[in-house]
Design a protein around this ligand. Structure first.
Ligand code: S3P
Length: 441
């Protein structure tokens, strides 16, 4: 199967308006929470990417029906004890760490053994970060070397836990939050800051939850075993998908772009802070609050004078999925950009820190790496000629999309493999980019 693309030309100037697909984190959480509601939930603008379709298939295997209607997905839950399996079940989480880890949280009370499997990339990722806290609730989890497949058999005698989340991982925090829903009593969490979509959703569907800050930590208390009703949710656009178009526009000549209805929750907008500090001119318009989430239009123009940026560790979590594209823009900015403590990037769909550094060096950018810290020596005149290819990146969607943006803005004759990787998070990526005028074969 022909699964590569060729880019041989930079993108010409464009002045357009686009809409990116629904946020992946919120979409997966909506599907999983709707599966726990009593009654019907309607989810509008659900991201129809493979990660989310795997979430829908997973709840179906666990006895929850859903239907695709013209404008929304209708999910019919039977409450917190509503999963219904009369035999051992195997669930395929595909490429999605979020799905696999959050679903394990929901299975702490499963009466049958459930086996979670995933694709090659997901099967290389660590699961101890969720199996350890979930065992403390009383569930039984079995895995070899803390990797998938993970088998889980829940317990009828769950006990609430106190959990300290020290990585800054929203997946770990959310997995424990979902387990807390199933568990009698009050589960207490002290978590390093990370995206807070689960907290906002819990609040909006009226799960008893308290949230307060202690220093740099979020403290969360959830009272479990309280059923909630079906809900409606309109998923906003994904800032992580938008970020590829922000950088495309900044690096393109004489261009501008308006991206409509994007989620700009402050736990996700590290990219905007970083780009603005680099002298990008990004404007936020029409900001509205929706069920605790901020949603706005983002306007961006080509940049003339990008400057380097010293990225503090405090921005790592809110820009966690954007570092590949941030490295690319740092390569085109004047001066030396620095990044610290990016070890978590190597634990994603591919080892993104290693791949990002190799990519930059391959295109002639000087990078000094000390463990998980980087110095990127930017060069505003960076311009490529000659042939380049990108392959062997564990089909990581974000590596593929970053490479397309590089090819369209810095030049060169590119062959980029595994184009179907975009189906994990952003199936319309190539279509939108072609509509902006990119020549892609
Ligand atoms: C996600 C959290 C992040 C992020 C991932 C989605 C989520 O992972 O990288 O793409 O939806 O909770 P970690 O929580 O492991 O950092």
């Amino acid at each position: 199967m022909n699964n590569h693309i060729n880019i041989r030309q930079k993108i010409s100037s464009f002045n357009k308006q686009i809409k990116v697909e629904g946020d992946k984190s919120i979409s997966i959480r909506c599907v999983l929470l709707a599966s726990q509601a009593i009654g019907k939930s309607k989810i509008y603008n659900l991201l129809e990417s493979e990660d989310v379709l795997h979430a829908l298939k997973s709840i179906k295997k666990l006895g929850i029906n859903y239907e695709k209607r013209e404008k929304y997905y209708l999910i019919n839950g039977f409450g917190l004890n509503g999963f219904n399996t009369n035999k051992k079940v195997e669930i395929d989480a595909g490429n999605s760490g979020t799905l696999a880890r959050l679903l394990l949280g929901l299975l702490v009370n499963s009466r049958k053994e459930i086996k979670i499997v995933g694709d090659k990339s997901l099967s290389m990722r660590d699961f101890s970060r969720v199996t350890e806290p979930l065992k403390k609730f009383g569930a039984n989890l079995i895995s070899k070397k803390n990797k998938l497949p993970v088998k889980i058999i829940g317990s009828d005698y769950l006990r609430p836990i106190y959990y300290e989340e020290n990585i800054g991982s929203a997946q770990c925090k959310s997995s424990v939050m979902l387990a807390a829903l199933k568990t009698p009593g009050i589960t207490k969490i002290r978590a390093k800051k990370s995206r807070n979509h689960s907290e906002l959703l819990f609040k909006s569907i009226k799960v008893p939850i308290k949230i307060f800050n202690i220093g740099r930590y979020d403290c969360i208390e959830i009272e479990g075993q309280k059923n909630f009703g079906g809900f409606n949710y309109d998923v906003p656009g994904d800032i992580s998908s938008s970020s590829f178009f922000l950088v495309l526009t900044l690096l393109a000549k004489n261009s501008s772009l308006l991206i409509k209805k994007v989620n700009i929750n402050h736990t996700r907008t590290g990219i905007l802070q970083i780009l603005n500090k680099m002298n990008a001119n990004i404007k936020i318009k029409n900001t509205k609050k929706y069920k605790g989430e901020l949603v706005a239009d983002i306007f961006v123009r080509s940049a003339n004078n990008l400057r380097s940026f010293k990225c503090p560790k405090s921005l790592n979590s809110s820009a966690i999925d954007e570092f590949l594209i941030i490295f690319l823009i740092a390569a085109k900015a004047k001066g030396i950009s620095t990044f610290e403590d990016l070890g978590e990037l190597n634990k994603k769909e591919s080892p993104r820190l290693d791949i990002g550094v190799k990519f930059l060096r391959d295109i002639g950018v000087k990078v000094v790496r000390k463990k998980d810290n980087l110095k990127i020596y930017g060069n505003p005149n960076l311009n490529l000629n000659g042939k380049f290819s990108m392959k062997n990146f564990r089909k990581d969607h974000r590596v593929f999309m970053m490479t397309c943006i590089a090819a369209l803005t810095i030049g060169g004759n590119w062959k980029i493999f595994d184009s179907n990787s975009i189906n994990s998070s952003f199936p319309n990526f190539l279509k939108i980019i072609k509509n902006l005028g990119a020549k892609i074969k």
